[in-house]
Design a protein around this ligand. Structure first.
Ligand code: GTR
Length: 366
C-alpha cells in the first residue's frame, strides 16, 4: 500500500466507542464542516412531498416510476425539486433502496428517457431486489459559480454577498437535498427505511459520503471515483490537489477550505476522517484504473485507515495490499474495488456494491 509523504492526523485519540461517539466523532464532524464542506441548516425548515407523475413500464421495463416533488420551506421561502423512484411491479415486502445522487444529465434518471445506461441501470438494480431512486444535483443547487442565487441556499440566507467563512458550499447543499429525499423515502410503506443507501459518482460521490456522515439514517454509502475531497487521502495524493479543486470549483466547499490550498501537510484533518464518520455502517469505495486524477491508491488508503473507527465497534476493516483490478475486497463493513477503465459509474460497479450490501449480516436477515 502506498504510504503518503506525511501521515494523516490521527483518527482516534482514545480507543473506546463511547469516547468516539461522544467526543471525537462530533469533533471531527465539526472540523470537516467548518474547514471543508460548510454548515448546512440543521433546523428551521420543514419538508413535504407530493407525487407529481407516475409512469408505467418505465424505461421499457416492468418497472414503474414515480416522480415526486419535494418542497422545502424555510424562513425566506420555499424551494422545490423532483426526485424519481423506480419500483418493480412484482415485489414482496418493503424494499431496500439505492439512492443515486446524479451529477450528470437528467436523461439518465428520467423515466421518459429511452436511454438506459450503466450509470443508473434500473432494471439490474430492481432485479436484485432493490428500489432505485435518484435526484439530480443541479435541481438542488446549480453546478455553477452563481453566488448561490439560484439554488436552495437562497431560502436560508438573506445576504448572499456576505457569507460566513464556514457557510455551506454546493456539495453540502446537494447532501442536504439527499437528506430531504430521505425524509420522503423513509415515509413510504413500499420501502424499508432502515436500508436506504446513498450512491454517488465523482462530485456525487463526495456528496454521498458527506451526506451519510451527517445523516445517520442512511444505512450505507458508496462513493465511485470520488477522489479529491471525497474518499482519497489528500496528503501525498496524485492528480487533483486542494488548490486545483478550489480553483476549478470555488463554490463546492466553504471559504475556509481555500486556506488549505498548497498546505495539505498542515491540515488538521484528512479524508479518512470523512469515511470514519460513516462507521459502523457499511461503506464502499470504488475506483477506476485510468482515473489518476482521483488517485485510486489514495482512495484505497483512506478506506483502510477508516477501519480504525470501525474496529471500535467490533467490526473488521480492510487490510492488505492495493488489489488488482476486478478483485473486490470486503473487510466486514468496508468494501473496495478497482475497476479497469475510466472515470465513470458502471453496471459492474453497482453489481459489486450490491454483492457487498447483500453480504452484510444485518442486510441478509431482512
Ligand atoms: C472533476 C473534478 C473532480 C470530480 C469530477 C466529476 O473535474 O476535478 O473532483 O469531482 O470533476 O465530478 O466528474
Amino acid at each position: 500500500m502506498k504510504v503518503p509523504s506525511s501521515l494523516p492526523p490521527v483518527l482516534l485519540k482514545e480507543t473506546s466507542s463511547e469516547t468516539w461517539e461522544n467526543s471525537r466523532r462530533p469533533e471531527l464532524l465539526a472540523l470537516l464542516r467548518d474547514e471543508v464542506y460548510g454548515a448546512a441548516p440543521l433546523r428551521g425548515f420543514s419538508t413535504r412531498f407530493s407525487l407529481s407523475e407516475e409512469t408505467k413500464d418505465a424505461m421499457h421495463t416492468k418497472i414503474d416510476c414515480r416522480a415526486y416533488t419535494v418542497t422545502v420551506s424555510a424562513p425566506l421561502g420555499e424551494y422545490r425539486f423532483p426526485f424519481y423512484l423506480y419500483l418493480p411491479q412484482q415485489r414482496k415486502g418493503p424494499l431496500p433502496v439505492l439512492l443515486l445522487i446524479n451529477n450528470r444529465e437528467r436523461g439518465l434518471i428520467d423515466p421518459k428517457s429511452s436511454r438506459t445506461d450503466g450509470f443508473f441501470p434500473v432494471a439490474e438494480l430492481t432485479a436484485r431486489g432493490f428500489a432505485a431512486a435518484a435526484l439530480l444535483t443541479k435541481d438542488v443547487d446549480t453546478d455553477q459559480d452563481d453566488g448561490f442565487q439560484n439554488g436552495i441556499v437562497r431560502i436560508f440566507e438573506s445576504d448572499l454577498s456576505h457569507r460566513a467563512p464556514n457557510a455551506w458550499g454546493t456539495i453540502a447543499a446537494w447532501a442536504f437535498g439527499a437528506s430531504r429525499v430521505m425524509d420522503c423515502l423513509s415515509q413510504l410503506p413500499e420501502l424499508d427505511p432502515a436500508r436506504i443507501s446513498a450512491v454517488g459518482h465523482s462530485r456525487g460521490g463526495k456528496t454521498a459520503l458527506w451526506c451519510a456522515a451527517n445523516d445517520r439514517r442512511f444505512y450505507s454509502a458508496y462513493s465511485s471515483c470520488s477522489g479529491c475531497t471525497g474518499a482519497a487521502i489528500t496528503r501525498g495524493k496524485q492528480g487533483e490537489r486542494v488548490a486545483d479543486i478550489n480553483r476549478a470549483f470555488p463554490y463546492w466547499f466553504c471559504q475556509n477550505y481555500k486556506n488549505w490550498n498548497g498546505r495539505e501537510e498542515e491540515m488538521p484533518f484528512d479524508q479518512q476522517m470523512l469515511l470514519a464518520l460513516i462507521a459502523p455502517r457499511p461503506l464502499y469505495v470504488g475506483s477506476a484504473t485510468e482515473d489518476l486524477w482521483a488517485d485510486p491508491q489514495a482512495e484505497f488508503l483512506s478506506a483502510c485507515l477508516a477501519g480504525e473507527a470501525y474496529r471500535l465497534y467490533g467490526e473488521k476493516g480492510l487490510a492488505g495490499e492495493f488489489p488488482a483490478p476486478e478483485t473486490p475486497l470486503h473487510g466486514g463493513r468496508i468494501g473496495y474495488h478497482l475497476r479497469t477503465g475510466e472515470h465513470n459509474l458502471t453496471a459492474y460497479d453497482w453489481q459489486r456494491y450490491i454483492d457487498f450490501l447483500q453480504g452484510q449480516p444485518d442486510f441478509a436477515v431482512k
